[in-house]
Design a binder for this molecule. Structure first.
Ligand code: CA
Ligand code: CA
Ligand code: CA
Ligand code: CA
Length: 199
């Protein structure tokens, strides 16, 4: 399976994100990956799966998968290839703010609510580091990413700030957008999809 070279910054960000989403590294995004990612988020942050926040997390990930199957899995084989992922994220969300709000933002909201352990509406650096751990970010840039996103330098990221960063990450081609730092690893040298280095 070959993957075309990224056309722009969005492609590159989608590719990086695919490496987070394809938890078992088999080169496809599937239901098993969705479940594994939600489980890892809950486990990393110490959120019980049957708590209200935990249940909301699994529900939004389940809804997201329904959305992904409808909008991204164009050949209908039950799995999302890196190309389908790129095209799907671009067409379903980046180009359609309403669909983004309905289909993708809830995933970010549920995730950050789990990361915000004390429920005060913001994440400190240790919680943000666990968010990165849950998404399998291998980058050493987690702390730098936190500083980049913390524009007022008060040592906390509000959930609102994080939601803006998430939106910028997935919808903006601006190389200076702060949201590019969401996962800290967009500027890493290589991006590996499955076993193939595509950049
Ligand atoms: Ca997979
Ligand atoms: Ca497919
Ligand atoms: Ca907090
Ligand atoms: Ca701040």
């Amino acid at each position: 399976m070959s993957v075309a070279a990224p056309q722009d910054l969005l492609d590159r960000k989608f590719d990086v994100c695919f490496t987070h989403a394809d938890i078992d590294g088999n080169g496809f995004f599937e239901w098993e990956d969705v479940l594994a990612l939600a489980t890892r988020i809950a486990d990393c942050l110490g959120e019980p799966k049957d708590s209200p926040k935990g249940q909301k997390l699994f529900q939004t990930f389940t809804d997201f998968w329904t959305y992904v199957q409808a909008k991204m899995d164009v050949d209908n084989d039950g799995k999302v290839s890196p190309e389908e992922w790129r095209n799907g994220l671009r067409n379903a969300f980046a180009k359609d703010p309403e669909a983004y709000k309905a289909g993708f933002r809830p995933l970010a909201e549920a995730t950050f609510k789990v990361c915000d352990r004390d429920g005060d509406g913001s994440l400190e650096q240790s919680e943000f580091a666990k968010f990165h751990e849950a998404f399998g970010c291998k980058s050493a840039n987690s702390e730098l990413a936190f500083q980049k996103l913390d524009s007022d330098g008060d040592g906390e990221l509000t959930v609102d700030e994080l939601l803006s960063a998430w939106e910028e990450y997935y919808t903006s081609n601006d190389p200076n957008a702060r949201g590019n730092w969401l996962y800290g690893d967009v500027w890493d040298e290589t991006v590996v999809v499955g076993s193939k280095i595509i950049r």
